[in-house]
Write a protein that binds this ligand. Structure first.
Ligand SMILES: [Zn+2]
Length: 105
């Protein structure tokens, strides 16, 4: 009776150890896979990142330059002498509202 009980405990402990061992093994395999995938992603991101990193300073500059030209063009606009409509002397030779010639003086 005592022997069989001891054997039972032995079996329980062995099964627990085996279960623990396999869970740790599985966890390790998944962890190693995750780490490998993470490094793979980091490497691929770096590889493709050189191009995008080089483009990062260019992309914000282009819209800023466009905005500057728009602001410059807007600041160039002058109000019409008669109807106060803002006229762009570069594109318009006469006022688009009342047709008066642009007087730059
Ligand atoms: Zn006008």
């Amino acid at each position: 009776m005592a022997r069989s009980r001891r054997f039972f405990y032995f079996l329980v402990i062995i099964s627990l150890i085996v279960a623990l061992f396999f869970s740790i093994l599985l966890g390790l395999i998944i962890f190693i896979g995750d780490v490998a995938y993470f490094f793979y992603l980091g490497r691929s991101a770096k590889k493709s990142g050189y191009g995008s990193f080089a483009n990062v300073p260019d992309q914000p500059q282009e819209p800023a330059a466009q905005e500057e030209t728009i602001i410059e063009r807007e600041s160039v606009k002058i109000p019409c002498k008669y109807c106060k409509t803002l006229i762009d002397p570069v594109t318009d030779k006469t006022c688009p509202n009342c047709g008066a010639p642009i007087d730059l003086t």
